[in-house]
Write a new protein. Sequence first.
Lengths: 491, 367
Amino acid sequence: MDLELKHIHKRFGHVHANDDISLMVRGGSIVGVLGENGAGKSTLMKIVSGFQCADSGEIWVDGRRTSYRGPQAAIASGIGMLQQDPLDVPAFTVIENFVYGQPGGLLLGRRTAHERLSRLCQRFGFELNPDAPIAQLSIGQRQQLEIMRLLALGVKTLILDEPTTGISAEQKSMLFQALRELAKQDGMSVLLVSHKLEDVISLCDEVVVLRAGKVVGVLPMPATAKQIVSLMFGQELASQAQAPVALGEPKIRLENATLRGKRVTVENFNLDIRAGEVVGLAGLEGSGQELIIRACVGLTKLARGRVLVDGKEKTGKPYRDFLGCGVAFGAAGRLEEGLIGGLTLTEHVALTENTGQMLNWGEARQHTEAKLKHYNVRGLPESPVEALSGGNQQRLLMALLPRQPVLLALEQPTRGLDVDSAQWIWKQLLARRESGTAILFTSPELDELVAYSDRILVVYAGLVYEITDVGSTTIDELGRLIGGQFIVAAD
Amino acid sequence: MKSRTVLQISFFILPIIVSLAITAVLIVAVGSDPREVFEAVWQGAFRNSNAFAGVVNFWIPLVLCSMGLIITFTAGLWNIGVEGQMVMGAIFASWAARTLVLPPPVLVGVEIGLAMLGGALWAGLVGLLKTRLGVHEIFGGVALNSLANVAAIYLIAGPWQPPEGGSAQATAPFPADSLLPPVSAEFPVNLLAVVIVFIAIAAVIIALRGTRWGLELRATGKNPRSALLLGVPTTRSAVSALMVCGMLAGIGGAYRVLFTYSSLRPFVSGGIGFLGLLVVLLVAVKALWVPFVSLLFAVILAGSTRLRVALQLDQSLAGVVQGMLVLLVLLANGLRQRFMERDSRRPEAETRDYPLITRPDTEAENV
């Protein structure tokens, strides 16, 4: 089945998540969709699979324009999506999950369902006990079940979102084998969304790279990792921007830390960040860097190991304890984690100032005005925070952080900002570093990492590779490391 | 701009008219005259000072519960357990009334203090279940409501049964010294309780507008994750909101036993806590409106007791009117939001979609 997208647009507020995206997937081919966090991949896939509606644009199936609302209608048009977390019902058994959603009357027709399932299992070499409850299955097996369910529904285009996170190597090779077979023998079109260069290189016939909501390149495979990386990240690397500062005492220390996330585990990890040091965390979304940064502020509990702030043991303490010791955290999602929709700017300032139980709104307003001016936030003290633009929200967050923190841990501090605003943010951050603040940040922008970090930690599938000589790192090298190729080097 | 104001006003008035119309149709359907029903309710509430005292006696516990619920709703909590908190307040006050021998003013003070303690403990339990064990406050609240009622019935039928034998109807009347005195025989309302109600209204409004505690509650209610990251003790906020609500509900419960009934009865709260939930939903968590809407509800509630006498209609009609009103106002609010959204399709519209009440994330502590 041929699937063609023409001029797809989708906006969320001021974010243009999909900006005039056109692409073509021919029947029988496997197309990889690559792009950094926020490049617009997920939005595009949600539009294709019917979970969201495009603001404008057309979807053509086999040369005919189609329009549908909702995933069911998409499936009826032959387009099915395998979600990152398979959409199964944990309380049901394998066969029950296989049957639901299938057309048919009131009677389920268990026997025919059993036969179809076992035929599909045989074909792809999957081993699934039809009567096993979903809860006993691994993520890889649940994926297998979901794929077979979609196939039985007559899906001709299969979309897979990060299918290789959290599954074993053996399951991965089975999955890839099945996908190749479906494309070559059944003429299915497959869209693979992934962060992992190795997966894309080994499986896809063509790679489409998205950046900031736009298609920036279509590469026929085979292409080298270098070609793909330079498309994904755009410009060449800038050089380090700031002169190194004399480093002081260690401010934050992780000792033999084991951090368990939903899909990745970081094991036996050690980290020291000293006063005045800037450490960048590189890695594709979900590689484990958010576990590390959140462990440093007490938001992720350590499964094993210790965390020390300023030499004081803080293992197992709640976030507020860390905050009390001068650790400040800024999360990536501003209105989800950081600012409070519905409260005004003044109320935010009052909330973060420690001025006793009775509030003095006149004073709070004055402080807010001063802060807005100092941090160049364009907005009124009495306006609700969600009325601010993204850049102004980010600057407000900056204004709310403590003045002289011991550690600033920031997720994507310049996300969604233009170049000037981003530079302004970094000027503020580096000024704090001069006074002895340690900074730990994550960023999807390679040049931001290189420009401001004294050290870069590259995280891939929970493993960490440290770059100490940031100045002489090339984009090629960094891109390869982010794609996980240091594992080979280490072996 | 002008049409917008008209729209706003019509969205406010329309549900009231529609709910009255539907109620009128229902009344006609059961074979009565809506005008007579209205007349009977009006008479029931305002016939004389005695009738109006009946209104005030409903109004007092209703405002107390509603003001408490304003606090919990602000913190993003559905405190269904307010009924149980009232009952616990009533039980604690009853214990003091039955057991302690003190000079009357001191005794009344102790009774009310204990009622606050009882309500706060019961509400604190809801909070602990939620924050420590992950039991949603609605489920915890419902369970504790039943438990409180069971406890009351056990006491009435068991240890506190009247000497003439336990019929499980009520305990023996409490000693006169332990009761709240009425203003006069013509206007049987307790003045102290009215004063407490006005203090409670003022205190809640001031606490929410002018104190750090109130600001933290609002932050927790709107976005517990962000609030936590900005340094708000979200768990403490939630539990303290519940406990303060429990205190106010506890006083409401005490009023029922120390004034309305002079004894402890089963289901002593009489559904007033649930009615408080409706009041707060109706006023969209705006504290200043609570006394007025509560008064309206109290009029309907007290007035409809006369329906049976005058028209042989069941007084549950009052519940129908109240339920209809709340339902239609909420419906109108939903419609208005949709209307406004379509009206002002600005790019921000999607990001500012914050519901009135968000459920705090129990995982906020370990994000």
